[in-house]
Structure formats: structure tokens, C-alpha cells
Design a protein. Structure first.
Length: 197
């Protein structure tokens, strides 16, 4: 039996409030490609209802440090305000791609720039709401954060927008279904060109 054609790595980034998670979830549900969400590793303890290997791979700080020493992560970082590490395991991505899956990494810009330098030649998508004004409107409409927290998110978003040119495909999420259709069509083109390569 022949091996399935190798999958592709897809990076999805964008500012907080752009609706990335909703778009990715809908994409996995509706796009007919063999899409698989990459599960990150973390040192934070599981929350109620979370299952190891589903939401995250829950690792002890010692095990995480060992894997960092072994260069096992495609990207990883410590979230300082929380004191926990998060990362993407290289082996997990490689085995998914070898099995013919199109592996989706939903990661921040800093992590994405690291993975762009890797051997996997990712398809890179930057999901955004159309501009900073619209982002601020959405963050305020959530009504879940203080002005100071919103200001901090907008400051981070400004830096993230500055990195948008490093991504192959900026996607405006002005309507979730439209954004999902655009991404699915885009990935289908990559699949077709791969078949004829």
C-alpha cells in the first residue's frame, strides 16, 4: 500500500479579538481537506473538563524542560504573567504531515515567525478584522475587559499587524462563513498544485 501524499502545515495567527478560533473550528468542520488541529504542549495544570491530548498535552515543567533541551519544539515560550510554558512539538507535526494530514497551528506571531524558519514550508494565514478601529470595536463589544486591558491588547495588536507582511495570505474576517470559504478554496488550490507538482 502506498503512503498517502504528505500533508501541509498551516499557520493561523492574528490579533486577539479577530475570531481566529471560530474560523479554525468552522474550517475543520466544513472544509473537505484532511485538516487536523495541532495540540500544543503546556506546563499549566488541566482545567475542569480538559483532557490530556485533546485541549493540550499536559507536561510537567521538568519534562517540558527536557524536551526543550532536546530541541523537540518547533516553537515554545513562557507566558510570563502566568509562569507557564507553551509549545508545539516538532514530532507531532511531522507525524501528522507524514500521515497525509493538513496540520493547523493556531499560534501567536512570535511563534509563527519561528516556525516559518523551519523545514516544513508552512502556508501562513493572518486573520484580522479589517483594521485597528474594527478590532477595538469588537474588543469593547465583548464587555469582558477593563480599558487598561483593552489598551494592552491593542498595543500588542499594533505590533502583530506590523508583521502581517510576513504572512502569505492576509484574511479579513468580516464574516465567518465567507472567511472560511476563502481559506478552504485557498487550501484546495494548494492541494491541486501539489498533485500536479
Amino acid at each position: 500500500m502506498t503512503d498517502p501524499p504528505a500533508g501541509r502545515l498551516i499557520i493561523v495567527s492574528g490579533p486577539s479579538g479577530a475570531g481566529k478560533s471560530t474560523v479554525v473550528q468552522r474550517l475543520v468542520e466544513h472544509c473537505p481537506l484532511p485538516l487536523k488541529y495541532s495540540v500544543s504542549a503546556t506546563t499549566r495544570p488541566p482545567r475542569a473538563g480538559e483532557v490530556d491530548g485533546r485541549e493540550y498535552l499536559f507536561l510537567s515543567p521538568e519534562r517540558f524542560a527536557e524536551l526543550r533541551e532536546q530541541n523537540a519544539f518547533l516553537e515554545c515560550k513562557e507566558v510570563f504573567r502566568l509562569g507557564y510554558w507553551y509549545g508545539t512539538l516538532r514530532g507531532q507535526v511531522a507525524s501528522g504531515l507524514k500521515a497525509g494530514q493538513w496540520v493547523i497551528l493556531e499560534i501567536d506571531v512570535e511563534g509563527a515567525l519561528e516556525v516559518m524558519e523551519s523545514e516544513f514550508d508552512p502556508i501562513t494565514l493572518f486573520i484580522h478584522p479589517g483594521g485597528m478601529q474594527e478590532l477595538e470595536r469588537r474588543l469593547r463589544a465583548r464587555n469582558t475587559e477593563t480599558d487598561a486591558q483593552i489598551a494592552a491588547r491593542l498595543k500588542t495588536a499594533t505590533a502583530e499587524f506590523a508583521a502581517m507582511s510576513r504572512y502569505k495570505h492576509p484574511i479579513v474576517n468580516d464574516d465567518v462563513d465567507r472567511a472560511v470559504d476563502e481559506i478552504c478554496s485557498l487550501l484546495h488550490h494548494y492541494q491541486e498544485s501539489q498533485k500536479h507538482a
